[in-house]
Structure formats: C-alpha cells, structure tokens
Design a protein around this ligand. Sequence first.
Ligand SMILES: C[S@@+](CC[C@H](N)C(=O)[O-])C[C@H]1O[C@@H](n2cnc3c(N)ncnc32)[C@H](O)[C@@H]1O
Length: 367
Amino acid sequence: MATLARLWYVEKTATRGSALVARRNIDRGDLILEEPPLLKLPPVPEDMIDHDRFLTANQPHNGSATVEAAILKMSDSQKADMMKLQRQPGNDRANHGRNERANHGRNDVSIVATNAFTHHIKDENGFDVGMPCVYNNISRTNHSCEPNAVVSWHPRKQRGTLHAIAQIPAKTEITVDYMADEKSCLRSSAQRNVDLQLHYGFTCTCTACHLNGAVNAPNDALRATALQEFNAPIYFVIDTVLGHPLASDEATRRTQMGHLDRYIDALNQLGLKDWKVAEAYEARAKLHEQGLSICKARLRQATVQGRAPTVNDHALWAAEDWRRAMWTNMRCSGEEHESVDIDSANVVRLQLVAAKLRSPTIPQGFP
Ligand SMILES: C[S@@+](CC[C@H](N)C(=O)[O-])C[C@H]1O[C@@H](n2cnc3c(N)ncnc32)[C@H](O)[C@@H]1O
C-alpha cells in the first residue's frame, strides 16, 4: 500500500515551543493529518463544561481524579509519547494559581491540560457533549488568532483530524484557534490575550497579536464588527433558527439575513473559516427553508401566485447555503465524513424541490 508523504514536520520556534510546519503548499480543505488520540477523556455535557475549572479537583467531570484514572489505563508507549509533549506551567485549566494544589503538581495531569483538544460532538443519545483528547502530533499545533487550520473529530473513524482552512504555503507554521469554541477570537488583541492567559496560561505570539498599531486597529475593528453582528440579533437568529419556530414575516428575515451576511463577511475577511461560518450559513439555509415552507403554503392557498421570491428560489438558496456550510465547516471536509452525508442529503433534497418547480429568475438584491 502506498504511504502518503507527510504534509508537515515539527520545528522548534523561538517563542512557542515546537510547531507543526507545512512541508509543501497545502490547499484549503486538505486533510493535513488524522490520528487516534493517545488519551480520550469521558465526554462532558456541554452545559456542564466550566472552562475556568477544567481538570481541577472541584470539577464534577474530568477533575484530576478522572484524568489520573484515564492515564492509568494508557499503554506504556502511549504514556511515554504523551510525556514528550509540552507542559505549560501556567496553564489555568490544570494548575494555574488557585488550582495548583488541586493537581498536586502532577506533570502528567498538566500535560493533559496543556495538550487536550475538546471536541464538540453528539453522544449516543444525541446530546451535545465535549470530549477532550490528547494527540501525539495534532497536540503539537500551536494557537493563532488568524489560524490556517482546524482540529475536528471524525466520529466513524474515531480519530482526530487537522484540516487546512486557508492556503498554507510550504514552510509556514500550521496553526489553529484554541478559542474557536468561544467568541474570544472576535475580541481585540488585548482582550484575547487576557483570555489566553487566563485559560491557557500563555501570552500569544501569533502574527495577529504582533501587528503594529496602524494595522492592528482595523484588525481589532473587524473583529468588533463580527462580534457586534453576532451578539445582538445574530445570536437570536442562530439560536432561534436552530432551536425554535421563527416569526414568518419576510422583512424581519431580510434584516436577519443582513446581520448574518455582515457577520459572515467579517469572519471571512479575518480568515476565521471555522464552524462559526458554517453555523451562520446553516442558519441562513434554515431561514430560506422557512421561506420555502411559507411560499409552499401560499401556493397551496393559491392566493399570491407568481410573486418573488418563489418557493423555488428559496430552495436553491437554501441548497447553496447548506453546501457552503458543509464546505466551510472543515470538520465535514472529505466526502466520507458522516455529517457530510447528512448535509449532502439536505442539498440534494432542496435541489430536487427546485428542479421540480423550474425557477423563474432570482430577484435582484435578495440576500
Ligand atoms: C498544545 S501545545 C502546542 C505545542 C507546543 N508548542 C509544543 O511544543 O509541544 C500548547 C502550548 O504551546 C504554546 N503555544 C501555543 N500557541 C502559542 C502562541 N500563539 N503563543 C505562545 N505560545 C503558544 C503554549 O505554551 C501552549 O501551552
């Protein structure tokens, strides 16, 4: 069987310890590496994850006792590999300040805290859970506030994956956003570093945190715009669209679309093409699906025939948004991923609706 040459190598950096570096040009969407975890901690319900107290003795789940028990189950070689990973002494999740005593200064526990990536997945009952995993190679990926890769979990293969979310030229460091789960990366460089120091115990030396004042100000402003668009109606939109029925009037939907589009635009300009963009496209697709069902109802009543946008337009737009969400969301990249199957089914379903109805032209200016 042919062995694919590695797309990466490990190199020492001046300020960030070891780093993964691209061996050759890597395309956006490429799978950089995948591997089984060295250590997998029990999944914790999302609403019980307390990032401030992760891996401390007081945490009801994945406290240091759970971590120690998981470490005991590791093979000698897995443990030897894990112990070669970096230990960040100030990592708050394990042993920073008040938590130091809780872990009895155990190196192995704080290595877990420094190197664990928490995957946000569904458990067997469909509940949202966070599952921290430590990897031999993936865990060598450093953080950047303008990342070019994303770490995800492949549920069927039970492996972690690292995908490129941007073009990565040869000899460039491969980086991910450690705070992608939160909205911290949408804050100013000063605020981001407060968060990174608090939760991860280091001060960021990435390029976005070392822009000079003139360049830094617009970068901070772009992040503030994204956060503002998210925080007010967007949060409502995403929360509502994904969880509850929406109000059906089109004017409100157009306003909501405007916020979503400005949010997506700012994320794209920042290069943050992670699940946040996927989530926004997904919300957009759901809004179009809402439009689709409203139009269908109108057509059934035969009261407002022929007015734009039609059911057909909504089907096409929804299909396109699903496709974008699927593509943007690098955890789904690669046709074999099971969530791609689900999303692909949505695209096909909507394209079929559109094909059956034969669309008139899409009205100008509709998002
Ligand atoms: C998961 S490890 C990454 C690999 C690590 N550099 C190594 O040598 O194995 C996380 C640690 O790397 C360092 N690190 C990662 N990203 C950094 C950044 N942007 N700036 C400074 N240090 C960083 C911190 O010490 C952090 O606790």
